[in-house]
Design a protein around this ligand. Structure first.
Ligand code: PMV
Length: 346
């Protein structure tokens, strides 16, 4: 079975971890399970044109980023194709034109690897389904997540569902180290949960996540940290189902600071927070104590702050951000996002 040519287009969102993935084993197997909110507005849109070729002894692709050829992303894609070839033996039969763009500013310090790898994986699954129409939806989405994981670990949480668990956990049915699974027992308090991303530092990351994950090997606190992630996932599972926002805040903020604590205690050690990151955290705590409005923060592997809060307090929190936090953002920039539900075919 084969086809001569086809075109596909998928968008896939970024995601923000609540319990963080930091540390991995061979073949992109996570050292601990993680859980994330899928975002809605921060996404990558990727168009894939495929044309059958005559010879099939190497990968062949052109890459456009925002309409222009992008040579420096090519090695990443080449490596991704090499990793997934044994699961997608048809790849060398085609020439690919990959045309990709993000809805968020390029150098905003928002990682585009999760949304980018998820969008590419969805397109590859559309090609597989065109070649083999009999594959089920379940196989389609699970394998898309499996492939995305091989591109960038956290990308496997950007495929399907509002809340996604990646990594084996005794209390989460069907959970796997190989792909993300949707977690659907969510209380209405978390419906349309908001994430306003404050862009504190838009510079290139000092440390790639690959290097960061590696530093968890021989890390003095690694084993305790991995056990803690299991404990926190058990707790947040119960919290997401019961709707206890106060308890949610404790786990989420502790996880953010623990992620950064792991970086500060590795060898070599590093600090990805900036002075303004800490200013913002302190302002959030003061505002929460003063108003009892349940707003909290989380962090990725960088200086930007994700401000998380229920939709019901949106107006108050946006006013607070305008009045007190925008001054700490680079060029006053921030992005309003909220929970979304995964990749979409355009
Ligand atoms: O997907 P990677 O390999 O870039 O790792 C990302 C890890 C964090 O974003 C820091 C945490 C997470 O769970 O998303």
């Amino acid at each position: 079975n084969s086809i001569e040519s086809a075109s596909f287009e998928w968008s896939a969102p970024s995601n923000i971890a609540l319990v963080k993935y930091w540390g991995k084993k061979e073949n992109q197997i996570p050292a601990n399970p993680s859980i994330s909110f899928t975002l809605n507005n921060c996404k990558t849109i990727t168009k894939l044109d495929v044309v059958k070729k005559l010879e099939n002894n190497s990968f062949s692709f052109d890459l456009l980023f925002e309409g222009k050829p992008k040579e420096d992303f090519k090695p990443k894609i080449q490596k991704f194709f090499e990793r997934i070839e044994k699961y997608c033996p048809f790849l060398k039969d085609y020439h690919f034109k990959i045309d990709t763009q993000n809805t968020f500013p390029h150098s905003s310090g928002i990682a585009s690897s999760a949304s980018g790898m998820a969008a590419l994986a969805m397109n590859i699954m559309s090609l597989e389904k065109t070649i083999n129409p009999a594959i089920s939806d379940d196989y389609f989405y699970s394998k898309a997540s499996f492939l995305a994981r091989l591109g960038s670990g956290s990308a496997c949480r950007s495929i399907k569902g509002e809340v996604v668990v990646w990594g084996n956990h005794v209390q989460i049915n069907g959970s796997s180290d190989l792909f993300g699974v949707e977690f659907s027992e969510i209380h209405s308090n978390f419906k349309n949960y908001q994430d306003t991303i404050l862009l504190v530092d838009k510079g290139e990351k000092q440390v790639s996540s690959t290097v960061g994950h590696d530093l968890m090997h021989n890390h003095p606190y690694a084993e305790r940290r991995f056990a803690q992630a299991h404990e926190n996932l058990s707790q947040i599972k119960a919290i997401l189902s019961s709707g206890n926002v106060a308890e949610f805040i404790k786990i989420v903020e502790s996880e953010a600071l623990t992620l950064h604590a792991m970086m500060m205690t590795s060898m070599p050690y590093f600090i990805l927070m900036k002075p303004n990151t800490l200013e913002i955290i302190n302002k959030i705590w003061k505002f929460r104590n003063g108003t009892q409005i349940p707003v909290c923060f989380t962090l990725d592997a960088g200086a930007n702050v994700h401000v998380l809060y229920p939709e019901s307090v949106k107006e108050n929190v946006l006013q607070f951000i305008q009045d007190e936090l925008v001054g700490y953002c680079q060029n006053g920039q921030y992005i309003c996002d909220e929970i979304g539900n995964g990749a979409k075919s355009n």
